[in-house]
Design a protein around this ligand. Structure first.
Ligand code: ACM
Ligand code: ZN
Length: 671
């Protein structure tokens, strides 16, 4: 907020200098995110060569910069490149001035972040090889005067390390990439149904047991780790290392413990935290999928006190994310203690009970000097404290609701900001919020979207999200799935957060992004260039009948699948058991085709048959096994006339109470 308020003071300066910007930048500098004021100085260059000396009186930044420019002297204040703090610089927080003149380069930051971002902009003037580390070349830097500061104070990226564990080094590298794009907050989603990833010294069982799934863990395998015990967690020492690494790069890590829902993992470790409700688990092959904290159990708040006391000590961030999304409130309605509390408080909606729980958690985090962040559902009851910062994820309406009720809000609805969504219709990724392109994220304009001025004043910024359900499987196709999914969408997010709306234009950004690709290559970012190629051959839909041993939840399902209808597939009424089968019988034998067989959602490893066989039959009666299902899917080629294909489960249970059935995708084989 402060940044935005101060920004107004400088509007006049900005509008005058913006004239120079439009004349100078689009085809020249390719800076990204676009700085606010860029003034080119005609004709001259600063010559940078291996004898050039650099002086930086900020030790933390000197350490960072020496990775890029290692060969230069760091001691002399008369150096030709000078990086320094200047608290009296007339720019808001995080602002800087960069001056490149033939005789001297000066980067001045109003604070550490300002100096850091000035250095980031300076590095973009160098050949992209500067990002490979140890730059030793000579180059010419065009003369320029830049005065710059961010439009929004919250320039966030969320990272879900709960569904898929990511090694510390991978997170550090990600932080490095974010920092180069002037992102300043990493929202680290540390707990969820599938795992508890943060060491809590007073409750070591949370990670000893809760950080693992599959094998002998009480948490069942899901999302691509079906035949192994899979997981991992971060020790507090590792997290402190990450926090320090990120702080050097001006990134604050906001830890999230997702409460009171999304808590299956802790519920498997300490079952008493959940409501004591009886459930029929037969559809899930006996797996108890309750995941909501009991609001009425007083000991729960003592446990949460232990957890947040330790987290507050590890994470210096003023913010702690306490969750609040997607709570299965029926568990409260069924719980004798929660329903009694609901009645005694006079509540009329279970959202009020959610806020009741979260307000207790807010008291805890505030006791440890922190401020709460919540997902947008947390305000639905109308009784959540206004101390909370709201992450609006569901849709733009949720962000409008939060701001109209006076909550400071981070805008991050799935349809614009979820970078686990597909980048085109038929590639890896979720699609419940549609296809999310960099342009979609870039083009967010709050005014056009109908936010009033008073609402816009409460917007802290924007945040991209990377949920990692598919990360494990995605990595089989793209080694750096995280980078493939987040870049270049993070580039678009970065400029949305940094650059004023009046200076943002998609066509111009797209051109600069193209040039920025060379930098990302040098940074080692495996970013997405284009949609994967379409499969070879012609897709055909031969006459077919689909049947299964599993009861379907809709009566028309098998008929629809038999005519290749409904791309989403259809649910069964229960999970799979060992021996269950799905049979595809063809009216005419199939030959010389490639067949993609999928269980679960397409390109999403959920609701599938985790282990099984693909069997084919020449005569329609006797079957032979030709492949194993891998993550619920298999692709086979048929080179003999084949009357039927059968998928046979060798697993009981998939962590869900259903299986998704799909029609096969059949292509003629090109010779
Ligand atoms: C969310 O995507 N459930 C916050
Ligand atoms: Zn309860």
């Amino acid at each position: 907020m402060k940044t935005r308020a101060l920004a107004l003071l400088f509007t006049i300066v900005a509008s005058v200098q913006a004239v120079c910007l439009s004349a100078a930048t689009p085809d020249g500098l390719n800076l990204l995110p676009q700085p606010r004021n860029v003034e080119m100085c005609e004709g001259e260059y600063f010559r940078f060569d291996p004898t050039t000396t650099v002086h930086c009186n900020i030790p933390q930044l000197r350490r960072y910069l020496s990775d890029y420019l290692p060969t230069f002297s760091w001691s002399s204040p008369r150096s030709r490149v000078e990086v320094r703090l200047n608290p009296s610089l007339e720019v808001p927080k995080e602002g800087y001035r960069l001056s490149i003149r033939p005789e001297r380069v000066v980067v001045e930051g109003v604070d550490y972040a300002g100096a850091f971002y000035g250095v980031q902009t300076l590095l973009q003037f160098f050949p992209s090889t500067v990002y490979e580390g140890g730059f030793r070349e000579a180059c010419s830097l065009p003369c320029v005067e830049i005065t710059d500061w961010p439009e929004y104070s919250h320039r966030g990226q969320h990272l879900d390390v709960a569904r898929t564990f990511m090694p510390l080094e991978e997170i550090k590298e990600f932080v490095e990439h974010l920092a180069r794009h002037k992102i300043n907050r990493l929202h680290l989603h540390l707990t969820d149904d599938e795992g508890w990833r943060v060491e809590i010294l007073s409750h070591p069982e949370l990670t000893e047991v809760g950080a693992w799934r599959g094998g002998d863990s009480p948490i069942w395998a899901i999302y691509g780790s079906f035949d192994e015990k899979y997981g991992g967690y971060y020790t507090q020492a590792e997290l402190r290392e990450l926090v320090a690494w990120a702080a050097d790069r001006c990134i604050t890590i906001i830890p999230e413990v997702d409460l009171p829902g999304h808590s299956l993992a802790i519920g498997k470790v300490i079952p008493e935290v959940l409501c004591p409700v009886e459930r029929d688990n037969s559809a899930a092959a006996g797996y108890d999928r309750r995941n909501v904290w009991c609001v009425a159990r007083e000991e729960n708040y003592a446990l949460l006190d232990d957890i947040f006391r330790e987290l507050a000590d590890v994470f210096p961030s003023e913010w702690m994310h306490i969750g609040g999304d997607e709570v299965g409130m029926k568990q409260w309605a069924d719980c004798p203690h929660c329903s009694a509390l609901y009645k005694s408080e006079g509540y009329t909606d279970y959202s009020q009970l959610e806020a009741h729980f979260l307000n207790r958690v807010v008291e805890i985090v505030e006791r440890y000097g922190k401020r709460p962040v919540v997902w947008n559902e947390a305000i639905n009851g109308g009784n959540l404290t206004h101390d909370a910062l709201v992450c609006g994820w569901k849709d733009m309406e949720a962000c409008k609701k939060a701001t109209s009720e006076g909550y400071r809000t981070v805008v991050m609805p799935g349809s614009w900001f979820y970078f686990d969504m597909r980048q085109s219709a038929k590639e890896m990724g979720h699609n419940w919020a549609g296809v999310v392109t960099p342009e979609k994220c870039y083009s967010v304009d709050l005014e056009t979207l109908g936010f009033k001025e008073s609402q816009i004043a409460l917007i802290e910024g924007f945040e991209g999200a990377f949920w990692s359900e598919l990360h494990l499987v995605g990595r089989e196709t793209f080694e750096c799935y995280l980078e493939y999914m987040t870049f270049p969408r993070v580039c678009a997010l970065a400029e949305l957060c940094w650059t004023p709306q009046s200076l943002r234009q998609w066509g111009d950004f797209e051109l600069r992004l193209k040039a920025h690709g060379e930098r990302m290559n040098a940074m080692g970012i495996s970013y997405r260039h284009a949609a994967p190629p379409a499969p070879q051959g012609r897709q055909i839909t031969p006459k077919m009948t689909v049947s299964t041993s599993m009861p379907m939840s809709r009566s028309e399902a098998l008929d629809k699948l038999s005519v290749y209808a409904n791309d989403w597939g259809y649910r069964t009424k229960r999970t799979c058991e060992d021996g269950d089968w799905i049979l595809y019988e063809f009216a005419q034998p199939l030959d010389n085709v490639k067949v993609e067989l999928t269980t679960g959602y397409r390109h999403v490893t959920r609701g599938l048959i985790p282990m099984g066989k693909v069997e084919v039959s020449i005569d329609g009666h006797t079957f032979r096994s030709v492949a194993d299902l891998h993550n619920g899917s298999a692709t086979i080629e048929l080179s003999r006339p084949t009357k039927a294909i059968r998928l046979r489960s060798t697993a009981t249970g998939n962590g869900e109470s259903f299986v998704f059935l799909q029609y096969p995708i059949i292509h003629t084989l090109t010779k």
